[in-house]
Write a protein that binds this ligand. Structure first.
Ligand code: MBD
Ligand code: FE
Length: 288
């Protein structure tokens, strides 16, 4: 780790992790929603997770050396600020499945560590903010937001955020304009949108922090397929958090974050040096 290039990427990974931790604590109030959780449920969940850890230790005769390495690594995850990355890559997809299994509308996917609320508003037709000469194939995306009964959702909002062609997210990597490739699109009575952006590239999670250390030690890879992140909301409807993917990406079947679903793979049409795509969202009304 002595070349300029590796120092630069180390700084980037460390900053991404620490920034994700700051954003998580600042943007959400994670404890508020669970204030009334009964002791019995905390006891049940904590005990069963610990039981599973104990069973793994017994089954595989985990040694003191391995226990100490685990302890050092867990400490490092916190020091690196990589808990959001670790949890969103290896745990969130199951939480998301359970949370949305009742839905009749759109399939969702995980939020991941790099969402920022209140991206600049662009109206129903517009472009995400981008730099002059932003890398990646220009993409024009049209679609609608409807309820499960087919009604267009007046006032629906599509929030879009994604990495640039080098795999970096604004506000989490240095030297990118604050809202680059992040926009909010609020729709009219027809529930229709037309969004201009660029196609992102396959994405490697930071490899030079503690998550990278686990990946290397286990002989895994660090790749996610190229993806667009969205949150789609409308009055009286459940918030949809999803990701959209591109056909033919070699990591669609092999995503480190296990977050690809076949319903979320786009079907873009090349148009000269650009591409167009149609993809619409169906939201579930809030029931009860
Ligand atoms: C990402 O861009 C992402 O979407 C997830 C889930 C984890 C790490 C980086
Ligand atoms: Fe992402």
């Amino acid at each position: 780790m002595t070349t300029d290039q590796s120092l630069e990427s180390a700084a980037t990974a460390a900053a991404s992790g620490a920034n994700a931790t700051d954003h998580f604590i600042h943007d959400k109030s994670p404890y508020d929603a669970v204030r009334d959780t009964p002791k019995e449920r905390v006891d049940l969940l904590a005990r069963e997770v610990l039981d599973a850890v104990h069973a793994t230790i017994r089954k595989h005769k985990v040694t003191y050396d391995e226990y100490n390495a685990l302890k050092a690594w867990l400490i490092q995850v916190g020091q690196d600020g990589e808990w959001p990355l670790f949890l969103d890559v290896w745990v969130e997809h199951v939480v998301e499945d359970v949370a949305t299994e009742h839905r009749e509308g759109n399939k969702g996917s995980i939020e991941g560590p790099y969402y920022v609320p209140d991206a600049p508003e662009q109206g129903a037709t517009g472009s995400v903010p981008m730099r002059e000469g932003e890398g990646g194939t220009p993409l024009t995306w049209t679609g609608t937001v409807t309820s499960t009964d087919g009604t267009p959702l007046d006032g629906a909002k599509v929030e879009l955020w994604h990495a640039d062609a080098d795999g970096f997210y604004s506000q989490f990597a240095p030297d990118i304009p604050e809202w680059n490739l992040r926009g909010s699109f609020t729709l009219g009575a027809d529930g229709a949108f037309e969004i201009h952006t660029v196609q992102p590239a396959p994405y490697q999670i930071p490899t030079d922090g503690s998550c990278g250390k686990l990946i290397a030690a286990a002989g895994w890879h660090a790749w996610r397929p190229a993806h667009l992140h969205v949150k789609v909301s409308a009055p009286g409807h459940e918030l949809l958090t999803a990701q959209l993917y591109f056909p033919g990406d070699e990591h669609n079947d092999d995503d480190i974050a296990s977050a690809v679903k076949p319903e979320l793979i786009l079907d873009p049409k090349p148009a000269g040096d650009e591409a167009t795509v149609e993809y619409s969202f169906v939201l579930d009304p809030v029931r009860g």
